[in-house]
Write a protein that binds this ligand. Sequence first.
Ligand code: GLN
Ligand code: ZN
Length: 757
Amino acid sequence: MSHTYVTGFPRIGEKRELKFALENYWSGKTDFAEVEKVAATLKARHWRYQKEAGIGFISVNDFSLYDNMLDTAVMLGAIPQRFQGLEGEALYFAMARGNDNAVAMEMTKWFNTNYHYIVPELSTSDSYALNAQKIIAEYKEAKKEGITPKINLIGPITFLGLSKRTDRGDTYELFGKILPLYEELIKEIALLDAQVTVQIDEPIFVKDIDPKVLSLIKPCYDALCTTAKNVDIIVATYFEHAVEATKVLVHTPVWGIGLDFLYGKENMQVLDVIANSGKKLIAGVVDGRNIWKNNMETTLALLEHLAQTVTKEQIILSTSCSLLHTPFTLAYEEKMDTEVKQWLSYAVEKLDELALLAKCFFDETLSDAEKKAYAKNIADNESRRNSTRIHDKAVQARVASITKTEREGVYEERIAMQHAHFGYKPLATTTIGSFPQTPEIRRARRQFKKGEIDDATYTAQMKAYIDECVAFQEACGLEVLVHGEPERNDMVEYFAELLKGYGFSENGWVQSYGSRCVKPPFIYGDISRPEPMTVSWITYAQSLTDKPMKGMLTGPVTILNWSFVRDDLPRSEVSRQIALAIHDEVDDLQKAGIKIIQVDEAAFKEGYPLRSKNIPEYEAWAVRDFKLAVSSAEKDTQIHTHMCYSEFNDIIRTIEAMDADVISIETARSGNELLKIFAKVGYRQEVGPGVYDIHSPRIPSVDEIVEQIHKLLEVLPKEQLWINPDCGLKTRKWEEVKPSLENMVKAVKVVREELGI
Ligand code: GLN
Ligand code: ZN
């Protein structure tokens, strides 16, 4: 029997072939046949990699041209009304990306990863019908390549749990409509082979699970498992423990249960029930969402521990989740430091880890090459444990001796001093930081990185941009200015490159959504800041104007949440080290005369744990580290923060506890509805709710913004409000930004006149 199992494999391609094929097709450069050709090549190659590594359970239908949730919606015929009349690829991509007549379906984060899925839209009045064509075709393709694959499906309970109903009702009410389609699907699958294995992903089981959802599990899996005798069903869970669901699943006829033993340690609690059930345990022991080389000693010890309760015959070694969340292969990392590189393992390398672990665990005789590979694994881990590049005594000593953890002065005292210092009026105007990233500045950054232009040329180009940016803001009448962030490619990568302890890849792309990929930097060692990171840019910008210039930093929690993080130190400790680096930058900025500093926490919410039980701990250190990062700010230095969302209902007290003087948020698309929570809880600090949506090229009119400000004034007093767009402007064009901001400033003038300010 096969001992090794891969939950899913990345599909974008080792050179992002799928991305380029899709984008060429979307822009009309190629036709759809070309996309299909590339897709077929990639699938076959990915199956081959897994087969050659000796993986037993290889997937089909982990592939997608855009997203698996979208595929599932299409499979079930859950097509929103506005796309009726379309079919095939036109329909599929219209649902994903919108077209001239219909807006795209909503997209949202897949659990606590940086992958985003398309949110299916369901309605009780729609009728659904199965279309299993994609799955059947992929199965046959794999067979042609000499693979007998398992079929990956998103489970009905997760599908419903992550969908939304157009009338806002409970999606689970549609369970009775959807389950029969899955049964039909299993019947079709049963015809494919003498025996077929199906992996049904139910990651929703790892969240807080309510009794109603729990009550669906048994009927659902009793039904699916008895639909066809020759189909073995595995329920896969990942990212956290699934103890409650597992206790139910063992009483259904499922063949196996997939549990994550890296991010869901509580899964240990269900070993005995699994042992008694005799079911297969698909044990997630190779990290599917991080880039570190497996520590085989530790993993084998973990497996032996499992085997004290569950028999070895029951255990199958698996990735902890789909490898979709890791980069593809280290093969193209040619520039990476060799010491650091030997600590890493991407998707392709993880296949070999699984295979070797299985050989060791199941006492198979190792070949000489395998013995060598095992010895190398031990040595590489040893090297990582002891490297001086990881352990920085000075950083550790500093963390151990932190005494000042927050700013001096309570908010009321500070804000009074800040008003005295800056003398700004109610409804003060500002922006969130970035201005349009033009092709010219992108090119200059690229050339500088490659060494094609020298420092002086580069700096001159950036300064020229800042000149223009400041001149525009002054002419427009904005009150608190920014330098525009031309030197930043990305709000995390920019800082990562200037911090010690960070590594970078050339090709470590991970799919974020559709054809989009991100290349997160990785934290391998203790973090420190060798020298100031932003001071020269910001002080240059300040030298151009008498208006206050807002310094712009990224906060520790966001830097952490958008990086691959070392696994040999708790995240909370890594976050604290980053906070100290930001603390020093805040101090250097204020010493250089910059007295308004924004510390962005765009990804604060992304780090929230999946289980509510773990939330207090996260909130405690996340707030602690934001406060530490700004603890160097004097009382009359005004600290702003920015968050890219507006649903604060559950976390408003936590946001308040961060104690920023001003927070800008993203309310533009929701009128004043989402702002009400601030009034409701008696939020004291100043707030800048975005008055127009920067995600659209549309230019808001003066009247529209006036109306929006009126709405804000229904909720919060003018003294507490700032007026700004709802996020950074870097993705927009100058032609859009200029008139929009001019209208915003005019609108403020109108409202101030009305109010006699
Ligand atoms: N200061 C950043 C910018 O304006 C903030 C971006 C963000 O919140 N995503 O681009
Ligand atoms: Zn934002």
